[in-house]
Design a protein around this ligand. Structure first.
Ligand SMILES: [Zn+2]
Length: 479
């Protein structure tokens, strides 16, 4: 993610605080079915899955008791009424015996839930959709959850006041979910620890374009509606999913290295975006040289006209921009494909592993394209006084979810990498970056693992360097 410069106000009023439990006719019927089936009685050893993944910054994000293999999302959106109708078919497997489990879903109305084809009892508790399957799920069992839902999505307001999730625009919706917003438009295990493949089928009125990540597999128009099918076959964290809708001009081509590029651009941003979008093949090649093979089979950009959003996000394979981006922003979001998307966080506290790396990629781009060196960028920021916000907290300890997108994560995070490079030399430094990207590809990583890898590759004790830059309050002394 990268905030727009100059910063725009990201504060928005909170949406209605209490979300009422929805008990419609369908829900009541399902509840009766579940009760008369008598299957919801707990089997010995089977409990309820936890309502969160245990992330200290977002305790209710994600859920316990199962992992998801695939999301099949069938969506219809009408920009005129802002109504979204959805059906999510989730393939998962139980990591414990489950009498009940949760999905994360905020707002919207659930019409019905089925587990393995049988109607399931469900309730809403805040952002938790609590599901009791008719039959208790055994540990290790594969199962399928089918959720029908709809309504006008409400964007999620994050602890720092910024909007995310399904954000309506004047011609559709800007959809970007970091860190929590996925739950505003589909039910999920909403934490980067649980990555899965996705397929999207998005129906919009003809004339609109619906853009998700991955590869466009079909586009079909009938009776005034167009359905776009997208497939994301590599594991993806829920916050990196998008289903952005708008009136877009589409550019499609294949790079010399064989990667299909799909750009969707709001005509109002076309002229401003053209210079940066034209560099996508160069940026892909350059980052591949530095970081190793591009982890995905598609690339591109979604350039929307949504200036109130205030940021761009590295939605997987196809970053989304709220306005025409400059080259540095595209370099940043594309670097996230390696650092953040392919190699994901284990805990939101480690967000510097995403943002420090993407910011450092911008510094490297400048260094190798006629701008200042990364060391000069370091020196520039290091000159800031100890009272500056840059030194407000150490990079790997933002303290809470309200500070995960602040400059100590981005700039001080990038400075940490420059310090590492300075300590181990270019050869070891770039080996560390490539080994990190390769070794944790399509998975997750922790700061401790990155520190251990850096020491292993360089053969140096880097404990003090990382302790100072990542975990010690205040402006670090000159080494
Ligand atoms: Zn970023």
């Amino acid at each position: 993610m990268l905030a727009a410069e100059p910063p725009v106000s990201r504060a928005r009023p909170r949406p209605g605080s209490v979300r009422s439990r929805v008990v419609g006719v369908a829900a009541t019927a399902l509840a009766i079915t579940a009760l008369t089936a008598g299957g919801s009685v707990a089997a010995p050893g089977a409990g309820a899955g936890a309502p969160g993944q245990g992330d200290p910054y977002f305790p209710l994000a994600g859920n316990g008791g199962y992992t998801v293999r695939h999301y099949d999302l069938d969506l219809a959106y009408d920009p005129a009424t802002r109504r979204l109708d959805g059906r999510a078919v989730i393939t998962a497997h139980a990591t414990q015996g489950l009498r009940a489990f949760d999905l994360d879903l905020s707002g919207l109305t659930v019409a019905g839930v089925r587990v393995d084809g049988r109607a399931a009892h469900w309730t809403r508790r805040g952002q938790e959709l609590v599901i009791e399957p008719a039959r208790t799920l055994r540990r290790g069992a594969a199962f399928r959850v089918d959720v029908a839902y709809g309504g006008v999505p409400e964007q999620v307001t994050d602890p720092d006041g910024s909007p995310d999730g399904w954000i309506a625009t004047d011609d559709g919706a800007f959809v970007a979910g970091e860190p929590q917003g996925a739950m505003s438009w589909f039910p999920s295990d909403n934490h980067p620890l649980d990555k899965a493949s996705y397929s999207f089928e998005i129906t919009v009125p003809s004339g609109y374009t619906a853009v998700a990540g991955g590869v466009l597999t079909s586009r079909h128009t009938s009776r005034g509606e167009t359905t776009f099918r997208w497939r994301q076959s590599r594991p993806m964290a829920s916050y990196l999913a998008t289903a952005t809708v708008g009136k877009f001009d589409v550019q499609r081509y294949t790079t010399r290295s064989g990667i299909p590029v799909y750009n969707a651009v709001d005509p109002r941003e076309e002229k401003g975006a053209a210079p940066a979008l034209a560099r996508i093949p160069d940026i892909l090649d350059w980052e591949t040289k530095l970081f190793g093979p591009y982890p995905f089979s598609a690339a591109g950009a979604i350039v929307d006209h949504a200036p109130d959003v205030g940021y761009a996000l590295e939605t997987q394979t196809r970053p989304i921009y709220d306005r025409a981006p400059d080259v540095g922003t595209v370099v940043h979001e594309m670097a996230h494909q390696w650092f953040g998307d392919s190699v994901s966080l284990t805990s939101w506290q480690d967000i510097w592993l995403n943002e420090g790396f993407a910011t450092y990629a911008e510094w490297l781009w400048q260094e190798q394209h006629g701008g200042r060196s990364a060391q000069a960028s370091f020196d520039h920021y290091y000159a800031l006084p100890a009272s500056d916000g840059l030194w407000a907290f150490p990079s790997a300890d933002p303290g809470d979810g309200a500070h995960i997108f602040a400059s100590p994560v981005y700039t001080r995070g990038a400075m940490t990498l420059q310090e590492l490079r300075d300590a181990v030399g270019d050869r070891a430094f770039f080996t560390i970056l490539r080994t990190w990207a390769h070794g944790h590809r399509y998975g997750n990583g922790t700061t401790a693992q990155f520190v251990a890898l850096s020491e292993r590759v360089s053969g140096k004790d880097l404990g003090e360097l990382f302790h100072t830059w990542l975990y010690t309050a205040g402006k670090p002394p000159r080494p």
